[in-house]
Design a protein around this ligand. Structure first.
Ligand code: AMP
Length: 371
């Protein structure tokens, strides 16, 4: 099948790497002018001149980033199947729409209010009780366009620093850890859910993911699976969906979702029977889904900003190195390393050993370090 991908970054690259063995071909449509996918055919089109050319060369269309103009996805959907459907894109681009959908499906969220002026931000902070997190309602990612208000008096500074006309204001969640759930739904409605992943962020950027998240109890796993299934079915979704959650003593609280393969699912490449990338391609191309069982325990380490001593890391027998063929730049995702082990104690030791060869990588601290 000829698969068209909107976006041409590392996620598209990994989709293609998973899709070629199943005899798919790939055409990427890039509106950024800066594709990094490095394989397949790439159409660079900043002003929609070549959309028809792109469409003439593909059977189905999917996307690898969600900050894509919805009208492009809708235009494409009029002539070719687009998975996931453009409604998912619309919801994920707008925090208010996303939180409303969570609420309608009974998925708990932090208490929230909207603000469209410094005064209403202050009122929201007072109503919710500080601390609160204010986020631009649209166009936010990796913690950008956000501010924490310790007191309602911070409203004016926060409003000006975010510099956006509409803000989502959320009660600050005192979480024990951040987790995510990667799920997939096939064209026939079949749903599969990977084990919950524990995610460790620094400065808003994901650094480590551990899967399955240590210490999961069946009720928590079942709760997460219920949330994922509810979203997939409501959106009549086809493909991989990532849902980011906070774990608290009272249960899981949803933060946000992404209508695509996700950085916190990269461990599945070697750490699960079928990777998130292959399952996304299977779903989008109308094939049956693959088994999502984990193979032992895994940790994904992101390579951020500089490559470090990759040769030494490749010598370690338990690492799988994935490089995105990108130039070094502070804060840039250049690749990731999947570390596999038979148990968590071994995993911690291996991850620490590997991280020593990645300068600038924060120390590996997870729920495992808390004992
Ligand atoms: P987001 O862009 O919404 O994923 O937020 C980026 C990061 O900010 C999250 O990964 C959390 O670490 C933190 N964060 C976001 N919302 C909240 C919240 N309501 N309470 C506590 N921390 C939050």
């Amino acid at each position: 099948m000829r698969i068209g991908v909107l976006g041409a970054g590392q996620l598209g690259r990994m989709l293609a790497l998973a899709g070629y063995p199943l005899a798919n071909t790939f055409v990427f449509y890039d509106i950024s002018g800066n594709p990094s996918v490095g394989l397949g055919d790439i159409i660079i089109d900043r002003d929609e001149q070549y959309l028809d050319d792109f469409l003439s060369r593909v059977d189905r269309v999917t996307y690898e980033f969600e900050h894509l103009p919805v009208h492009i996805a809708e235009k494409i959907a009029a002539s070719k199947p687009v998975h996931p459907a453009p409604r998912s894109l619309q919801v994920c681009q707008n925090r208010e729409a996303e939180k409303k959908l969570f609420g309608a499906l009974g998925i708990p969220t932090p208490e929230w209010r909207m603000a469209d002026s410094p005064e209403s931000l202050k009122a929201a902070a007072e109503a919710l009780g500080c601390p609160v997190v204010a986020k631009s309602n649209t166009e936010g990612y990796d913690g950008k366009g956000q501010a924490v208000l310790r007191s309602p008096e911070d409203a004016s500074d926060a409003w000006h620093s975010i510099n956006h006309s509409r803000l989502m204001v959320e009660k600050f969640v005192d979480f024990s850890r951040e987790v995510s759930i990667i799920s997939v739904r096939g064209e026939d409605g079949q749903v599969a859910v990977y084990p919950i992943t524990e995610n460790i962020h620094h400065d808003g950027i994901l650094r480590y993911s551990v899967a399955p998240a240590p210490g999961l109890t069946p009720p928590v796993s079942e709760q997460a699976e219920r949330f994922a299934s509810a979203l997939l079915n409501e959106l009549n979704y086809v493909g991989v969906l990532a849902l980011e959650l906070f774990e608290t003593p009272e249960g899981l609280v949803a933060n946000e979702m992404a209508p695509r393969v996700h950085n916190s699912g990269h461990w599945t490449i070697e750490g699960a029977s079928t990777s998130q990338f292959e399952n996304h391609i299977r779903a989008v191309s109308g094939q049956p889904l693959g088994d999502v069982s984990p193979r032992g325990v895994s940790c994904m380490i992101n390579i951020i900003g500089e490559h470090g001593d990759i040769r030494r890391i490749m010598e370690l027998p338990y690492t799988h190195v994935h490089l995105y063929d990108k130039l070094e730049r502070p804060g840039r995702k250049l690749g990731h390393i999947n570390v596999l082990a038979d148990n968590y104690a071994e995993l911690v030791w291996r991850v620490r050993n590997c991280a020593e060869f990645l300068p600038g990588t924060p120390e590996f601290k997870s729920s495992l370090s808390r004992g």
